[in-house]
Unconditional design. Structure first.
Length: 59
């Protein structure tokens, strides 16, 4: 997996991402045809919020 320049995450954001990752892993055990897009969008939303917060704090 490519390493992206990620903003610093709060403890709560780390826990949310870990939980969503665990749910993705559990779903992937069901088979290759299982849709993970909704969980991936939630993770992306958390990362976008962290990036926006980091940008705002940098100003």
């Amino acid at each position: 997996m490519a390493q992206h320049n990620q903003p610093p995450l709060t403890a709560a954001e780390k826990v949310k991402i870990a939980g969503l990752t665990a749910r993705m892993c559990k779903r992937s055990l069901a088979g290759e045809d299982v849709h993970l897009g909704d969980l991936q969008r939630k993770v992306d939303r958390i990362l976008d919020g962290a990036a926006k917060r980091a940008e705002t704090n940098a100003r």
